[in-house]
Design a protein around this ligand. Sequence first.
Ligand code: GLU
Length: 310
Amino acid sequence: MTNLARLVRDIAAEMAGLADRGEVATYIPPLAAVDPRHFGLCVVTVEGAIHLAGDALEPFSIQSISKVFALTQALGKVGEALWSRVGREPSGSAFNSIVQLEREQGIPRNPFINAGALVVADVNLAGHEPRMAIGDLLRFIRYLAEDDGIAIDEMVARAEQATGFRNIALANYMKSFGNIEHAPERTLGVYFHQCAIAMNCRQLAMAGRFLMHGGLHSPGGARVVPARRARRINALMLTCGHYDASGDFAFRVGLPGKSGVGGGILAIAPGKASIAVWSPGLNANGNSQLGTLALERLADATGWSVFGVG
Ligand code: GLU
């Protein structure tokens, strides 16, 4: 067994024994029913080795991790023009905050807060029916992960539609500033369905490979995005991927990462590894409590932090 294989196994064993696992999200009813004892970890290395531990093959709701793939899709459609409608600065606010939008005239701070992701969904919807836009995203993720089994959990999508009052408010509010082009319910439909995509840690780590390989699908494989775009998406994940805890995640883990309220985190060690972790219990900032701790252990032991070893 390699050192990395042993490390992945040891981290999962440590996490299995911890009692304080955070709180599962309750504002989306199906997420409230998920057992907080789950823990899964998958590390895909630059050489293509795949290390799995715990519940790495159990699907979960990727939620806001979908924002990484939706952003990649939107940049492919409109390129730099995206940045006239959404910013690139950390928000310092909660994922679903509305206050900044008023001061900043309906331009969300970044593509990873909900308001920004709604603008991205609106961009991806242009020229399509909502069903086609979400189908394109799903096909893109399946291609990246090399797995056609990835699907949308319709029950989660319906629950978000029924309870997503804040997201509905955000979309309508931005519409009033002219920063949502479609009928808000159509843009929201795309957003809710992308959040409801279910994946396991293995599928997610595989889908993240293009961000460790400088934009290539896999070593020597097709180009998914230009190298510069991969670098910039990583930069946004590092600065904005954990909402108002992005600074703390950089401090503790030091890797570009994107969390979701389903308890998943996709983390990228550029040139080294694509990592997915899942533990449904969240900390006070809405990020996976044990997922963050596991990544901290992994980064400490491997020296993968983008800020250097030690
Ligand atoms: N679907 C969730 C929401 O819009 C995503 C939030 C998250 O994963 O952080 O509230």
